[in-house]
Design a protein around this ligand. Structure first.
Ligand SMILES: [Zn+2]
Length: 399
């Protein structure tokens, strides 16, 4: 089969919204938190092939070369990416991902130590890196890398409770600053951040803060993660990192070492097939500070917002990234128009808006909003729209 219709899996994480994903995939809104919709072959939550009921990971295992294509099979042996829709209502944890080399080392080391894969203090769940690219589906907010020097100094100077950190930064740089707050005691953190929260929380509640201000996110983080008990050190990071607003159709790539956190909105996310996350706060989960500090890139980040490269057909925009594991593109098909492509390697495609007919040879799939399908390597296919359709496509750039 060239075309396989897939049913993904909803992940009910606490930070998710309740409506966006059920509305997208045509399911009832029950009030459950629906954070992510996984469209892949990850063993934890594989998609189902709707015609046969078979799990996509089992199908791939039995038809690897045919579905993936030889180059991808040789390079990865399995589907190298995981494709998701995210609905971020509450802020996610601050995190950083290891490089491939560090992931191989860390995974082997924790195996030697005999730390079970399911242990809460296990850092490395696999031996893979986890670069990520996201395209915003509407206004989307995230933290992304350390602010450039002058911006960071300005933010710290303007925030009375943090102004003493200006000297720390000037003398010991990004690493000295970050290490100081991450290694200080809970009491020390409370002493600094409690007055800050006491000052900004009333402003937040009055609606007097703008989302471009770290005060807004500090107050939101406080209410989400620590309305009682110790203040979460991640609140410092809201002041240290770039607050980035991305509009619909714009993308951000996060490579190993760049600290980041999704804060609000919906996006399409495509990542290497890995679970390796080192957390830096805004979470009740395990934070391993020494391990975290080994992987953070202590340097300024100037956010690079990608608009995608328009392709000659005028329908597709490709968001290029350095990741060898995946390539994300947006395909817009006007009513009556047809998109044509040849799948060099396996592709996974979601219809985000509109109604389309996908055909390959004599195979035909009728697809509507929220429906997902895969195309096997080596097969050419067409997508015809009966009304204005928007699709997002994941593939592997290996040829
Ligand atoms: Zn991440």
């Amino acid at each position: 089969m060239a075309l396989l219709k897939l049913k993904g899996v909803v992940q009910n994480y606490a930070w998710g919204g309740t409506e966006y994903i059920p509305n997208l995939i045509g399911e009832e809104v029950t009030g459950d938190k629906c954070a992510e919709y996984w469209m892949g072959a990850h063993d934890k939550a594989p998609a189902t092939i709707t015609s046969s009921g078979q799990k996509f990971n089992d199908y791939i295992a039995a038809n690897s070369q045919d579905l993936l294509g030889k180059p991808v099979y040789d390079a990865f042996g399995k589907l190298p990416f995981l494709f998701k829709v995210l609905d971020v209502n509450d802020m996610l944890s601050i995190q950083v991902h290891p490089t491939k080399k560090e992931a191989v080392k860390g995974f082997a080391h924790e195996n030697e130590l005999g730390i079970p894969l399911s242990a809460p203090h296990r850092n490395y769940k696999d031996d893979n890196h986890k670069p990520e690219i996201m395209v915003a589906l509407g206004e989307f907010w995230l933290l992304h890398g350390f602010k450039p020097e002058a911006n960071l100094i300005a933010t710290l100077s303007e925030t009375p409770e943090l102004s003493q950190l200006v000297e720390v930064f000037k003398t010991s740089g990004y690493k000295g600053l970050y290490q100081l707050v991450m290694e200080e005691s809970a009491d020390e953190t409370n002493q600094v951040l409690k007055p800050l929260i006491d000052r900004v929380l009333p402003l937040y509640k009055e609606g007097a803060l703008d989302k471009s201000s770290p005060d807004y996110w500090a107050a939101k983080a406080y209410l989400t993660f620590c309305p009682e008990g110790d203040l979460d050190k991640g609140i410092y990071s809201v002041y240290f990192f770039n607050i980035v607003k991305v509009n619909a159709g714009e993308a951000v790539f996060q490579d190993a070492g760049v600290p980041h956190a999704y804060m609000e909105g919906q996006n399409m996310e495509l990542m290497a097939n890995s679970d390796n996350v080192l957390r830096g706060g805004l979470t009740p989960k395990h934070v391993d500070v020494p391990e975290l500090l080994k992987h953070v890139a202590f340097e300024e980040t100037i956010p690079n917002i990608l608009n995608g490269d328009a392709q000659p057909d005028g329908l597709e925009r490709i968001y290029k990234s350095p990741a060898p594991d995946f390539e994300l593109s947006k395909v817009s098909v006007q009513s009556g128009a047809t998109y044509q492509s040849n799948a060099d390697t396996v592709e996974v495609i979601i219809v985000l808006e509109g109604n389309v007919k996908a055909t390959s040879g004599d195979e035909l799939l009728d697809l509507t909003k929220g429906e997902v399908f895969s195309v096997s390597a080596g097969d050419s296919y067409k997508i015809a729209a009966s009304d204005e359709a928007i699709l997002y496509k994941a593939k592997c750039p290996v040829k």
